[in-house]
Design a protein around this ligand. Sequence first.
Ligand SMILES: O=P(O)(O)O[C@@H]1C[C@H](O)[C@@H](CO)O1
Ligand code: URA
Length: 316
Amino acid sequence: MSQKRSVSLKNPNLDEMSSDFLYHLAVNVPDTKNTADIKKQYGHIKVVCLGGKDSRMLELAKYIHFNVYDGNSGSDYERNLFEEGHRYAGFMVGCVLCVSHGVGSSTMSVVLHELIKLVRYAECVDPLFIRIGTSGGLGIKPGTVVVANKGYNGLLRSEYEIAILGERVARSAQFDERLRKDLIACTEVADAEEQNAWDIIEGNTMGTDCFYEGQGRLDGASCTKANGEPYTVDDKLNFLKCCHDECGIRNIEMEAPMFAALTLHCGIRAADVCVTLLNRLEGDQVKSTKAQLKDFEERPFKLVSRFIRRYIINSP
Ligand SMILES: O=P(O)(O)O[C@@H]1C[C@H](O)[C@@H](CO)O1
Ligand SMILES: O=c1cc[nH]c(=O)[nH]1
């Protein structure tokens, strides 16, 4: 059994700072050596769930209130804890904090840095970070939920690349193996009817910096190759098939490599659980109806809620 521990970060400057302000969350830490107030408000967090939209994160908090806590979470889960920051929304339900992150790695990395510092100041023990998102699938039925093994960037490397002090820094984009396996194990606890209704699979997830050209779409404002020529349907399909066959990529979104890399770098166990809205080998436009989108977006809720109930709430 692994030993439980609070988050210890690799930034020595944090130990020298007497106060901290988590600007985009509007959370003030007036005394970093005495964080009793922060601990009181956030110290019980065991899981941080993240997803692009404010509304999805509120729906998730509500879903967890009723389906994990049977309506008795004792939480004011509709209150947006980060409202004053006007950037992201955060809803607490029991030991789960549900936070929106916007579109793409750049907006997500800002909230991720601040959330990781928050759980550290709050002295949370072994908090898990789980992204609950949407994506485009590769060769799988729309509505399938993919639990990511590794993140891949748009250059088909399993790394997150960032410029730091004018230098290229590449970090491994591997998600936590145990968490992935525990999530996948929760497929078994689904009731028979639900188990047959939609698939949950493991696969690699590509996260690009662009929804359109970065994902090989033909319907962006531009559709242009490195040589300045427009790319064709065949170019697109060759690329997507290469992603599938050579890299084991089963879905495409915009955050996986950054999310995997920053959490791994900071010693936080993380997972990426995304439903696929369409099969990208068949088209580019997301045409899901409102009802279909609601059904699809709830599928990762179901898996993650089962996981939380089984491994977090009912675990000694
Ligand atoms: O969590 P969401 O569903 O917002 O994630 C995907 C990836 C991008 O952020 C966005 C693009 O539509 O959706
Ligand atoms: O195709 C898709 C669908 C959702 N999100 C993405 O990033 N890509």
